[in-house]
Ligand binder design. Sequence first.
Ligand code: XMP
Length: 539
Amino acid sequence: MQHSKILILDFGSQVTQLIARRVREAHVFCEVHPCDVSDDWVRAYAQDGTLKGVILSGSHASVYEDSTDRAPQAVFELGVPVLGICYGMQTMAQQLGGKVESGHTREFGYAEVRAHGHTALLQDIADFTTPEGHGMLKVWMSHGDKVTELPPGFEVMASTPSCPIAGMADEARKYYAVQFHPEVTHTVQGQALLNRFVLDICQASPDWIMGDYIEEAVQKIREQVGDEEVILGLSGGVDSSVAAALIHRAIGDQLTCVFVDHGLLRLNEGDMVMEMFEGKLHAKVIRVDASELFLGKLAGVSEPEQKRKIIGGLFVDVFKAEAAKLKAGDGGHKGATFLAQGTIYPDVIESGGAKSKKAVTIKSHHNVGGLPEQLGLKLLEPLRELFKDEVRELGVALGLPRNMVYRHPFPGPGLGVRILGEVKKEYADLLRRADAIFIEELGNFVDEATGKSWYDLTSQAFTVFLPVKSVGVMGDGRTYDYVVALRAVQTSDFMTADWAELPYALLKKVSGRIINEVRGINRVTYDVSSKPPATIEWE
Ligand code: XMP
């Protein structure tokens, strides 16, 4: 099936991905590419006629003059609608013959914008109307420079007192631009505006629907794999689980999943993964119990980076050994030629485009990048086009249980980075039980205002084991036992995060249960640090 598509050119804004997610929420397929793609690339991209419009993103540079990035001129020769956002508006203005100047007043944050001229983009979209009858929008602004002279053919579409050209339109060519950010939730009508652009102005068809997408994805996987065999590293996380379920739907027994249990998983996690994939989906899963190997190599090691390196390295070794066996084939099997990975679209955008990414390693993340080359296997990445929300929708549509698909993220090194300092089996066992109580109660406590459980209201929540002992009293006796910290954060991108204001009643219940039920822990604390300066995990 040919989907119509929207091209988003990324000038490096932190929120470019949000533009893409909003377009996808309108059920229109879109892709993000770096702003410096060539004119030829743009023409080739548009050649099959499925390209319905282009969006130019904002930039990380708040000052226009700091950046030399321009949109490929071919964008303005395609005959499709173009929407410029923030920096995208400025570059559009300048490239089409207008003028951009340094703003004397900077605007950051909330602003009220007045709509002008009943343009197709803003017609009937307003948060309120002034007594004089002007439609007003509540928006999020973030810019220093501004357009001071319209390019030929354009009219003013929106204004604020300090930014007389806060939006401009050339309705004949269907070029629109706004100085504010419609992609962020602070811009109340942002989704309405982007829907209007992609659906009405670009006339893109809203055919990007996960339930329907399964058939298409299954077809693609079958074509790519043919009668060959595939190996997939199953971690129990959302991405690898959904990838496994999708590939299994497509090729059944041609897929073998390898599940490496490093002994640092959550309570009953290994059994749950096996029950789901082997028990319910009847997929072939090899469970490798490597916990002794991992815990053995971790003995005596307390430095966080060293722990991460050991866990990551062993994981790769164990996985490689299993993959090599499968690659070699056996009686009934030819041997695998593909390695499947649950790479999702944000990973693709990050490794391809964004030039502005800082290259400081805060923590070395655990992944299996580079493995396909080392193993001499071809790569199968069926989720490469999807955002996390879409992966989850797809998972549900494939019949995976909601609680698996909507699970909080869990780091590759698992409890290894949640046990501070040296990792011991005794600590892991205590932590697993304490954490299971915390997670269970988060699910039980429902917030009255939203009707959602606190598990759903937090982005990530877990327990951290502190290898120190504190004195307590239980019954008539003194205790001298371990301490745990509860951690719960709210975030949309995991780059920054706020600690969650969990209700005291919930904290009280959790603390009471952990201390009563987990012999060996006598004190529970709550972590009230945000990121930055703290990180989400403690190590
Ligand atoms: P930090 O602790 O850096 O965590 O604020 C941000 C997010 O990344 C997760 N995380 C990892 N995920 N492998 C992963 O797959 C890792 O090595 C890893 N380390 C941290 C963390 O759980 C949080 O969601």
